[in-house]
Each structure stands twice: as C-alpha cells, then as structure tokens.
Ligand binder design. Structure first.
Ligand code: GCV
Length: 680
C-alpha cells in the first residue's frame, strides 16, 4: 500500500513556503484555482528529464512553473516492479530531488506529490514511496446531456455537449489536471440514469475529444450505458442479454467506441433500479446482463462497473434488498465486471452502517461508491467535510477487499467548481483517499487548507487549528442536527434538503417516505432491524451481526438504524433516549455556531471574497440547523409527549409554521430568518 517513507535520510531540506507562496490577497479570488499553486513569476525551476511524451512533458512543465523548493528536480524512468503502473519514488539529494517510476504516469503523480508537499509546507527528509491502493479511482458524473446535473449544486455540467466536438472549453484541461493532481484516473462522463444518445456516433465523437484531452493526465473515459440502448438507438425488438442480435449490437458498439477511443475504460450500468431498464426486464439476472456487456468489452480490455443500487420490494426492509438480489450471484460475474456498491445499504445518508454486501461476495470483484456531492448533507449550502465519513467506512471495509472506488462528483461549471468553496475539500479528499485509504481526515485537511485557503498568509497557529476543527467536526455536526443516533431519511420528498419527518405525499412509494424509516409512535422511535424485526442484522458478518443485533451492544450512533426503542429507553450516558435525541440536535446547532466563530477568527487572513462567501453560507447552515432541530423535535415530541431537557434551548418555530413551509420538489427555501433564533 501507499506511503512507505524509508528511514534512509539522504538529505534534509525544508521546502520554503511562507513568503514564497502566492499571496492570495494579491490575486482576485474566484476559487477556480482549486488547491493547485499559481504559476510562479520570473525564474523557472530546473527540471531534468529525457522522458518522451505528453505526460512527461506535463510533469516537467508543472514543476518548472510551480516548484519553489530551491533544488533541481530530475525525473527518470527506472524499472521497479514494486511501483506498478502508477507508483513512484521521490529521493531527496544534495541540491536535487529525483523522482523515479516505471513510466510517465508515475512521474506525473510524483511531480504532483512534490507540489502537494510544497503547499502543505512539509519537508522532504527521507525517501517517499507511493503506490495507489486501488487501480481504478473514478469520478461518476451524474451529468445529463441537456446540461443539467442530477443532484448537482454547482451550476450546469462542465461538458458543453452542444459545443463539442468543435469548441473546446479550457476548463476540460483544468479539470483533468486537478484530477491528476490527486490521483483520479477515471471519469464516467454521464448520469447513471443514462440517455442512450451518449452511445450514438454523434456523441461518441464529442466524447473522443474529452478522452484525448484527459489522456495525457492519466485519465480514462467511461460512459454510463442504458441497458435498452439497442432498442432505443437502433430499434432492436429486445435488449435481452441472451439474444444474439443484442450481444452483436453491443460488440459492434464497442468496436466503434474503441476505434475512436483506443483506451476507453468501459461502462457503468444502473440496471433495474428506479425505473431504469435492465436484464431482469427480460427474465435474466444481473450477472447475465453484465456478462453480455463485459464480453463485448473484453477484447479491448474494458470493464463493466455494474451497480448494486437496487431495491425492488423483495423484502419489507429496503436496507436488505440489494443483498438479497446480489449476494446469490456471487461467482457468476465475468472477471472484467466489478460490482459497484454504495457505502451504506440505503442511500448516502449522513450516517449509515456499511453495506453488508461488502465482503459477502468473495468470488466477485467489488468497488465502493461514495457520494461526493452533498445530496443528503446540505447541498452547496452546508460545510460537511466528508473525509471522516469515508475514513469511518474504511474502518469497517478493508481496502484490500475492494478493486476500485468511485465518487459521485460535486463538480459543475460554477467558477469555483463545487458551489460551496469548502466543498472543494471533498473532491480533494475523495482523490486522496482513493489513492491512499490509510490517510486520516486530519492529514487530508492539513494538506487541503493551506493549499486552498490560507497558503502564504501569516495565519496564527491557533486560527489554523480552528479551521481544521471546523472542517473535521462538520460532518458530525450535520448528523447531529439532521439525523442523530442512526435516524435516516427524514428529508422532504424529492430534493432531499430540508426536514419533513411528517412528509406523506399521496401515491408516493412508502420506502421514499420518512415515516417508513423513523417509525415514530407513542411507543418509541427507530427501525427494528434486529432478529425480532426485519433481521437485517443477520446480513452482517461477525462481530457486527451480534453487535448490531442487540440494543445493549449497538453503538449509539447506529441505535435507531437497527432498533425501535421506547422514548424513555436508558442510554449509555444514563439519559433517556428522548433527552439524548434532544441534546444531539442541540449539539449540532452549537457546533455550527462554533464553526462560524472559527471562520470569523480567520477573517484577517483570508481573501475577502472567499471569506464573505463562506460566511454567508455558514449563516444559512446555522439557520438550517435550527430548522432541522425544531422540525424534528417538535414533530417527534408529539409522539414522545416528553418535555425538552432543561439544557436544550426551546424551538424558535412552531410545528404549524414549519409544516407550512413550502417544500415542493424544487423549492427548498428555508424558513425566513426572522423566525429563527438570534440568541445563539
Ligand atoms: C442518479 C438516489 C438519488 C438519485 C440517484 C440514485 C442513484 O436515489 O436520489 O438521484 O439517481 O440515488 O444512485 O442511482
């Protein structure tokens, strides 16, 4: 695995940061530069390399423009099996740093590693050896061909399909560069709710242009494929995977794709899920469908990423359904199929237990799907640094058991790429963890903050650590003020932003409604997934099966995910469940208020435009936290019939006011500020 710093100290040099780094205040901030340093003015660094090709040329150019370490840098190909196809070694020396790798891709990653150390102000005093934990580190864009982005909160799609292939936005290259700098090596361009048109000749020629731009940055292009494409594009009477004409159609389509894009990565498929077509429509299994596509890709070296996000009502508990459908297919997939599984068993909630499918299919390659875009964590309005969530996941699911990781991108065509400037940290963290899942959230934030927010300024250490804490506590704050103690899916219908635990639109699928998940009644709250309930706990391996099965051993943070408990249930803290619930909501609100204070303290050291943008969004986050707390406590209070504990501040809304907030599918304005608590 990655990062083995060898204890052979060759020379010690500090990369001089302060004063030499770009001064953020001197530049107009628009967030477009991400975590990459701005080009130095004047002298270029000395970079020595005789490696041919575009990739090596990019590595050389990046270092010439951006390296300020004082030493020259030598890039050299040196055969070393242990480094694999993408690894590299950085060797400090007297007046020169040498980067070695088996190929130019490794050298490019090595170059970005040096720049990362420079931005973080980290000295290079021993050999660094890095090999990525996963061969495939891929962003999934849920971008539609009309420019909209499903669950996107940063403008429209970066891909200007109507302009391609003729007109090429400079941002395509910037995007590739940003990804390469954090080790992302694959990109699925279009939404898993896929339009077949992406596979038409017209669109493939556009895709080719993007693939050509991304290639020198070590990035392969993948496409989401609609399983019914043979019917939709070429009027075949069926898409049955066992039909010869269908199989031939996919083979010919793959031949066509590879003639245009020789290193095309393959397909991502959402099949028989949320209305998407799939093999089950023709009486076939997921394995039969995936294998048919895999065989069309095989001669070219392509892969199928087949999603396990399915929930047909095979069981009364949605959390069990993917396992029920996929686990029996273990061993039935071809070896160029990899089953892509969301981190949790339901759907990217602020906290879920890990999906029990992980590890339950030992004869099938598996990959994890994380959601970088904050569909369920406050969109682009809330700071929710997600590295702690993913770090938590890797505490349960061993990286060695996975072949790849995917992240649903939070990127759009906003100047700052991600809507909320601090959400850039989630793109960054995804890349870094996909390369090295042993990194801690703290290590990542210590890289990202100076590279993006305060590099080159004289920010005092206590202010810096305030910002680090602000980032590190932010996801837990969201859990606390939205869905503490294992509660989940309390969102308003459709947009997944505001609280609506009472939501019950006519005709909606029951498993899209909050009451399906919280099950609050006068007897208590929570979803009983224990052996006396849905028995979802039985899908878990030991020790988790036993741990989760009993309320007395289930961790507090997952308690109501697995158990329905009385309001006066005695928690580990000695408090009743109701009191603990109230205090969790309160704590979430207080944490946001602390985050605001940390941001305010940083004001003198931060670009004014960035400062104001984040300040405004934090005010919204604070208002929303109050909204969540009031909505949930007032609503659940009607069932518990219990008063708020004395140390929890009273709601500032009434339930009537909150029920009256228009939470239509697209309108998610939070209640007016005047309704909200100004005391805190
Ligand atoms: C792309 C959730 C989201 C959908 C998304 C789906 C999926 O249900 O709300 O927008 O569709 O997950 O992951 O396929």
């Amino acid at each position: 695995m990655a990062v083995q710093a060898m204890n052979k100290s060759i020379s010690t040099f500090m990369i001089i940061v302060a004063g030499m780094l770009f001064s953020m205040s001197a530049m107009a901030y628009d967030g477009s530069g991400l975590w990459l340093p701005a080009a130095r003015q004047g002298d270029k660094a000395t970079v020595i390399s005789d490696v041919k090709g575009r990739k090596a040329a990019i590595a050389v150019q990046e270092l010439r423009d951006l390296w300020r370490g004082g030493e020259s840098v030598t890039l050299r190909i040196k055969r070393d099996k242990s480094l694999g196809a993408e690894g590299y070694r950085i060797i400090p020396g007297d007046g020169n740093v040498t980067v070695t790798a088996n190929n130019a891709t490794g050298l490019l990653y090595g170059a970005y590693h040096l720049l990362r150390m420079q931005s973080a102000g980290v000295g290079l005093d021993s050999v660094v050896t890095e090999v990525p934990a996963f061969d495939l580190r891929v962003l999934n864009h849920w971008d539609n061909l009309d420019g909209t982005i499903e669950r996107g909160y940063a403008g429209e799609s970066l891909w200007k399909w109507e302009e391609l292939p003729g007109k090429i936005s400079p941002r395509y290259k910037d995007y590739a560069r940003a990804n390469a700098s954090i080790g992302i090596n694959g990109v699925v361009l279009n939404n898993v709710n896929a339009s077949s048109r992406i596979l038409s000749r017209e669109y493939l020629e556009k895709v080719k242009v993007l693939a050509d731009i991304f290639r020198p940055y070590g990035i392969k292009v993948y496409l989401s494929a609609n399983f019914a494409a043979p019917m939709q594009l070429d009027s075949l009477p069926t898409a049955d995977p066992l039909d010869k004409n269908v199989a031939r159609w996919w083979k010919e389509k793959c031949n066509e794709i590879y003639r245009l894009i020789p290193d095309f990565g393959g397909f991502l498929v959402k099949a028989n899920s949320e209305g998407q077509p799939g093999p089950c429509d023709f009486g076939r299994t997921h394995a039969e469908g995936a294998n048919m596509m895999a065989r069309a890709l095989r001669p070219h070296g392509g892969k199928v990423m087949w999603r396990a996000f399915v929930y047909s009502p095979a069981d009364a508990d949605r959390a069990k359904q993917a396992y029920i459908e996929f686990q029996p297919l273990d061993g039935k997939f071809d070896d160029n199929v990899i089953v892509q599984i969301k981190n949790g068993p339901v759907d990217f909630q602020p906290r879920e237990p890990f999906s029990p499918l992980f590890g339950a299919m030992p004869a099938t390659p598996q990959m994890a799907e994380f959601q970088v875009t904050q569909e369920y964590l406050g969109h682009a309005n809330h700071i929710a640094f997600l590295a702690p969530m993913w770090e938590e996941f890797f505490g349960f699911v061993k990286p060695e058991s996975l072949g790849a990781v995917a992240g649903v991108a939070n990127i759009g065509d906003d100047d700052n790429w991600t809507g909320h400037p601090m959400a850039q940290a989630n793109w960054y963290a995804f890349g870094r963890l996909a390369w090295d899942p042993s990194l801690t959230s703290r290590e990542i934030v210590k890289e990202w903050l100076p590279a993006t927010v305060y590099g080159g300024t004289a920010m005092p250490d206590d202010v810096k650590s305030g910002l680090e804490e602000m980032m590190l506590c932010s996801r837990e704050a969201v859990v606390d003020y939205m869905m503490p103690l294992g509660l989940h899916h309390l969102f308003a219908f459709g947009h997944h932003y505001g609280p609506e635990p009472w939501c019950n639109p006519e005709g909606a699928r029951p498993d899209w409604l909050p009451s399906y998940y919280h099950r609050a009644d006068s007897a208590g709250i929570g979803f009983d997934r224990s052996p006396s309930g849905s028995n979802a706990t039985a899908q878990y391996p030991e020790p988790y099966r036993s741990l989760y099965a009993s309320a007395s051993t289930c961790p507090d943070e997952l308690l109501l995910w697995f158990h329905h408990l009385p309001w006066n249930y005695k928690m580990r803290s000695g408090a009743t469940l109701w009191d603990e619930l109230c205090r969790s909501y309160e704590r979430g609100c207080i944490t946001v208020s602390d985050m605001q204070k940390a941001w305010t303290a940083a004001k003198p050291y931060i670009d004014p435009q960035l400062y104001t943008d984040v300040e405004t969004r934090l005010a919204t986050q604070a208002r929303d936290a109050q909204w969540w707390k009031d909505a949930c406590l007032l609503y659940f209070g009607e069932f518990s019939g219990m008063p708020l504990p004395a140390d929890v501040t009273a709601p500032v809304h009434t339930l009537e006011q909150l029920r009256a907030v228009d939470l239509g599918i697209t309108n998610f304005e939070s209640p007016s500020t005047s309704l909200l608590n100004s005391k805190r």
